[in-house]
Design a protein around this ligand. Sequence first.
Ligand code: SF4
Length: 530
Amino acid sequence: AQTVLWALWSSADLAEGWRRAALAGGAGGARADRDLDAVLALFRAAETFVDRLPQAPARAFLDYLQSQDLPADSLAARAASRDSVAVLTPAGAAGREWDVVVVAGVQDGTWPDLRLRDSLLGSQSLADLLAGRSPDAAGAGAQARAAVLADELRSFAVATSRARGTLLVTAVADADEQPSAFVDLVQRPGDDPADEERDPRLVAAPVPMDLRGLVGALRSQLEGSLAAPGSAGSGPAAPDRGAAQLLARLAAEGVAGADPREWYGLADESSATALWAPDELVPVSPSKAETVSTCALRWALEAAGGTAADGTSQTLGTLVHSIAQDFPAGTEGELLEELDRRWRELGLRDGWPAVAERRRAERMIGRLAEYLKGAGEAVLREAPFSLELDRALLRGVVDRLEDVGEGAVRVVDLKTGKRAPSATETAQNPQLGAYQLAVDGGAFEGLAPGTRSAGAQLVFVGDISKGPTVRAQSGLGPETDSPTWARTMIEGVAVTMASSAFTACLNDLCPMCPVRTSCPLHGEGRQVVE
Ligand code: SF4
């Protein structure tokens, strides 16, 4: 298409005439400018088309052009037109100058944009390493980030040095957005000693001239009047009646956001009823006992559906658990063979993510086999139980109960995650404590009456260390004078679950919490209550 187009253009013999007309100016010059722009855009479109479809015939290019309802965006150079502004990227502005230049939207997180521009597999880092440009892989991330910052600084310098007369740099500072540190490079807040009190660069943005802007301004006016101290300096303040009346009128006309019932954080409680009546047993699962003990709000929101769908990690964990159940004393060969046979159950597509996942699964199986080699005989596997306490109905399924002799068993809970608790944390791990309580309470069918729990352990087969990582908990011991810590903990969990209010408690797992966007202790979730 490009060759045909060039032949047509050359034979038309228009180039020199249009060039002269454009340089001469006036109405004819403006028309020649537009014509030349159109020809450049046409060549640019042909170039892009040929890049995409190198084998397509010239006729296909015509069909492509005719099928367009809107002209495609073109990067072709254009003649400057009068009464207009050029909207450009910093790279597009390089080498040119204007009397007035506006560098807009210099926001924190946008400029500099410090995301690494490398490919998914980091091929540039590998190339740098092999070429000796990067001494080691460990510092490659920091170096790459420093290089990105330097690039961003260069592009900012290009953008801000294009003005012959006036440079205006703009950014927004409000509850959601902050100006970039680059703004300080143009003018620092304390540059003018006369303005120590306030940042002289800040100017109030006018309210947008639309209904949304009007509703926002009226709401802010009304809330401001309510927050101000009353006329006597105390007591409720008088609302701004004018703002309230206007909002009421807008709400009556159906304008979005004008009705206070749509405002976040103002709705009344929908219910203060406890989740379970005082005489009801509260079903407690050992796996959730830890969540309830750590953060009751997270448990409540997750129980109401605020959980993420299972990812590949969870389904792989389920598969490893299932293999461990079917082969309680399996060798590595047997376990790997079973993994191979059932691998398709994960439904992973072919490709490198599936290969990486398969290697991870094989490492897990290797650690599981190593654990099973020295483990006691499994008397029960994936064993369900149910134990009625005062307030709690403790129900669950334990991975494995191993015979340790003398009428006792050891509880084993298999884990495929990558984070193991410390020995101190494990000493009162709620899940293990609940399982031990169930053993001591005779809640397992298939265990002889009077069987005791001699202790419990978490066995991690995920990528934590080379071999399996084991965290042990001592046996609960007899409940002669007072209840064991596990019983007290489970009863406490049941009382918390049966409440009508659930408190958020900051903890180490907050960064991974799936309901963080509804948590009042974090910025992302404060909208729910503020
Ligand atoms: S973010 Fe932390 S405090 Fe908030 S609900 Fe989740 S676990 Fe609880």
